[in-house]
Design a protein around this ligand. Sequence first.
Ligand SMILES: NC(=O)c1ccc[n+]([C@@H]2O[C@H](COP(=O)([O-])OP(=O)(O)OC[C@H]3O[C@@H](n4cnc5c(N)ncnc54)[C@H](OP(=O)(O)O)[C@@H]3O)[C@@H](O)[C@H]2O)c1
Length: 432
Amino acid sequence: MSKLRVGIAGLGTVGRGVVRLFADDASRLNEKMQLVAVSARTAARDRGVDLTPYRWFDDPVALASDPGIDVFVELIGGSDGAAKAAVEAALGRGAHVVTANKALVALHGSALAESAERNGAKLLFEAAVGGGVPMVKALKESVAGSRASTVAGILNGTCNYILTEMENSGRSFEAVLSEAQGLGYAEADPTTDVGGFDAAHKLTILSAIAFGTRPDFAHVRVEGIERVTLTDIRLAGKLGYRIKLIAKGSQVDGAVEMHVRPACLSFDHPLANVGGSLNALVVDAEPSGQLTFIGRGAGEGPTAASVASDLIDLAEGRAGYAFGKPLTQLGAAPRATPAERGRYYLRLLVKDRPGVVAAISDRLAHEEISIESFLQMPVSEKHTAVPIVLTTQTCARSRMEAAVKAIAALDVTAEAPFLMPVEHAGQRWSSS
Ligand SMILES: NC(=O)c1ccc[n+]([C@@H]2O[C@H](COP(=O)([O-])OP(=O)(O)OC[C@H]3O[C@@H](n4cnc5c(N)ncnc54)[C@H](OP(=O)(O)O)[C@@H]3O)[C@@H](O)[C@H]2O)c1
């Protein structure tokens, strides 16, 4: 059988890594396929890999449209523009596509999968979620025979690195972010990462596969880590919690709820000790039970290895449907009303006046919310406001939000209250 002919568009961190794997004699990639062409913006750039054996294309759409390419590997990035145009061109003529582009798959996954199926092509994206950790494959294959109720993970290495460094070094969010940018761990514009959107793209993809629904990014409620302060990390730590950015999708009575937000995890929680830039995913499924996947979520080596594993699946005839099932069998995800119940962490910056704590307790009591623990930072002479933190016993999120609104209206707070859910090990992950 003739070898599959591969073209790679995008020769940055990941693309360069895949070219290196093709050049490595020990890699299985060359057994059943060969790299024949590459594309990037600047032909003259030294990328530390020998590109002379491969045809060069200035235009990734021309590469994707070339009949001499059987598999188009998209490693450009971005939900639209050149990446989307090139992937559409490849699928439109029946060429297989392998991509690491979570934004593209989260926003346009249904249309791309539809084009793939119509034209007899495969669309694979293991590297789009979890870098080197085989999260997509695990859900498509290992958990396929079970019924997943929840997928919950730490899916953005930059946020996890920032939160871990804040805790370990005692530096502020701004200081750690700025250092991460200097080291190249965070983008110059960090909004996609710290705002939670990158994790939301990945959650969209995982939820679609886990729950058998079409990817629906617009349905994810997204909150980033920008408001997490050193005070939160220290006080949550005193109460036995570690703060993580959690991306979570739950299926309740056939309806799907997805959110990305910072949460306080008890120290024995399966995701609490996933530190630095590691990624992890916890899947609750019946009858499999709880499964945990953990590893390096980004970087040249792990991400290129995931691209390579998709290529090998293609070459060995193991590639299935993009989201695990034919598109006609994927339902539109009915949106769950967030009827969430749980415990909460609330940080308030309150004016240093008598009666403030009593007024706050009164607003909570009005919503039948019981306080579990309460911490106050010492008042310094030069400050007129003081941070207080409390955690609650289990209550309805709607009542917690009503209480927070009432507290904010009291004119005793010096900044908007900050609310996070509290999660314990062994707690059922479902939202209602
Ligand atoms: N980096 C990671 O660890 C990681 C992990 C998981 C997934 N991903 C995903 O993998 C993809 C690639 O990420 P990356 O980090 O490798 O990106 P990158 O380092 O920024 O590289 C992007 C590449 O795309 C090329 N490019 C950009 N615009 C182009 C255009 N209009 N036409 C042709 N080529 C164009 C660039 O060309 P020039 O080099 O000539 O400028 C560059 O080679 C993204 O979807 C990303 O989300 C990355």
